[in-house]
Ligand binder design. Structure first.
Ligand code: AMP
Length: 477
């Protein structure tokens, strides 16, 4: 792995990690700690319970993983058969696998064993893996409880409990499972809770299961990575979403795009449509098997496919460094999900672009997102409806025009055309054709900065002519 030096902070040695671990990290290209690591590692080493407010992409796996590994190594006992020493719970299979991959890198030169258990894979095999005893178990809650019920594993020797992406676990309805599991892990344990947001229920959960926790925070709740440029296209209906998506994908053939759909059905339909019109696309959602998801992710990571259509649940925790564009094809019902979605780009110091599509009946969702983030998202095309009455609770909400920046917030930029124009490629003659759904002026600035071929930051460069998708028929979402 090529060395990555993206964070200019404290070294791991300064944070109290042992020589062996520091050497392993150095071999992985981890020389300096990220902010969450800098704050969390000393606290975990000293034995505190911890609440970490941080998103995926901030280096939080190492923030809890490294000090935990250090402590497991210091206490050299081996786990008894069917017992575990540390438990990490995460909401999705993808995130479990990603955490385990990271931890396996860290424990390479140690005797520690990392085992994963997730739904959708053979329970018998997992049971067999657990029979030898496990140092670190990474699991989704449901499958873990199944294995406990089968007596394949017991949690009574666990001394560390990590709840990762706790807000998402609650969103997915794991609260009862979490409560059950927390009771199975002995009280004299260290508990670490990581969450991208801090809804009230997380506070309650922390109050119940953590003892005098220290709180560390790297991204204020609701604030997405500042590096993500965000745009919204106001469109009259679904057809225009498909048209604009097609155009921006065409304009940006070297990008790696993650497209969010609200439903599994919608994701599959959109993927088939994109495939039909000539884009290399795949989809991941709840109806896909574990194998299918993993193959799609690998193809996306390797750049074999350039567009991945996903639902929120399936995309949770995806860590693909080169994602250049995140499309909110449908706006999410929960504003927090928008923050998670756009956090899939601009990772590890790179730039990223988030493009949302908003139909009139989604306008209230956009308002909620902007309220949560405290910003007004730049309008790339179309116009926000003047008055929206479809808000939850039947409240009438006032829309805004494109020039209506609120005091103290980023003013909306002038749109560069309406949705239909952008979709049909009918940019005004002489006008600079916007790429990536970005206003032309900004694009010009960027191109100047990026002259000289490679941009070194993962920003897509337009190479040659945009690829012409096959077929010219009017597409349906
Ligand atoms: P995470 O937030 O744990 O998902 O980490 C995001 C990415 O950052 C992963 O690919 C890690 O391998 C990488 N990473 C974590 N910590 C560091 C570090 N200190 N230096 C360089 N890369 C890191």
């Amino acid at each position: 792995m090529a060395p990555r030096k993206v964070f200019d902070l404290t070294t791991f040695h300064d944070l109290g990690l042992s020589k062996t671990i520091v050497a392993t990290l150095s071999a992985l290209g981890f020389e300096k700690a990220t902010p969450i690591q800098e704050k969390a590692i000393p606290l975990v080493l000293e034995g505190s319970d911890l609440i970490g407010l941080a998103q995926t992409g901030t280096g939080k796996t190492a923030a809890f993983g490294l000090p935990m590994i250090e402590k497991l190594l210091a206490d050299a006992r081996r786990p008894d058969p069917r017992n575990i020493r540390a438990l990490i719970l995460a909401p999705t299979r993808e995130l479990v696998n990603q955490i385990a991959d990271n931890l396996r890198d860290f424990v390479k030169k140690t005797p520690l064993r990392v085992v994963t258990v997730v739904g959708g894979a053979s329970i018998n095999k997992q049971s067999e893996m657990l029979s030898r005893g496990t140092d670190i178990l990474v699991a989704t809650p449901g499958r873990l409880l199944d294995l406990v019920a089968r007596k394949s594993v017991t949690l009574t020797q666990a001394r560390y409990l990590v709840l990762d992406e706790a807000d998402q676990m609650l969103d997915l309805g794991f609260i009862h499972d979490l409560r059950k599991i927390s009771k199975m892990v002995p009280k004299n344990r260290q508990t670490l809770l990581f969450s991208a947001t801090m809804p009230k229920l997380i506070g309650e959960l922390a109050g119940e299961y953590l003892v005098n926790p220290k709180k560390v925070e790297v991204t204020p709740p609701g604030k997405a990575a500042d590096k993500v440029e965000q745009y919204v296209h106001h469109v009259p209906g679904k057809d225009q979403k498909a048209q604009i998506l097609r155009k921006t994908l065409t304009d940006n053939p070297d990008g790696l795009s993650l497209v969010f759909s609200r439903t599994k059905h919608g994701a599959e339909k959109l993927m088939k449509h994109l495939d039909h019109i000539g884009f290399k696309a795949a989809s991941i959602h709840g109806n896909k098997s574990q194998g299918q998801r993993e193959r799609a992710l690998k193809a996306f990571r390797d750049g074999e496919i350039r567009v991945l259509v996903a639902t929120d649940v399936a995309a949770r925790g995806i860590d693909i460094l080169g994602v250049t564009h995140v499309y909110n094809y449908d706006l999410p019902e929960v504003p927090d999900a928008y923050v998670h979605r756009i956090g899939r780009t601009a990772r590890n110091g790179r730039d990223g672009i988030a493009i949302a599509f908003c139909t009139p009946d989604e306008a209230h969702l956009l308002r909620d997102i902007e309220k949560l983030m405290g910003i007004q998202i730049t309008v790339a095309s179309g116009e926000a409806p003047a008055v929206i009455t479809a808000g939850p609770g039947g409240k009438s909400r006032k829309g805004r025009g494109n020039g209506g920046g609120r005091a103290g917030q980023r003013p909306a930029r002038k749109p560069f055309g309406d949705g239909a124009q952008a979709a049909e490629g009918a940019a005004p003659s002489g006008a600079k054709r916007p790429q990536h759904g970005r206003p032309a002026q900004k694009q010009g600035e960027r191109q100047n900065r990026n002259h000289g071929g490679g941009n070194g930051q993962g920003r897509p460069q337009r190479q040659g002519k945009p690829r012409r998708p096959e077929g010219q028929r009017r597409e349906q979402a």
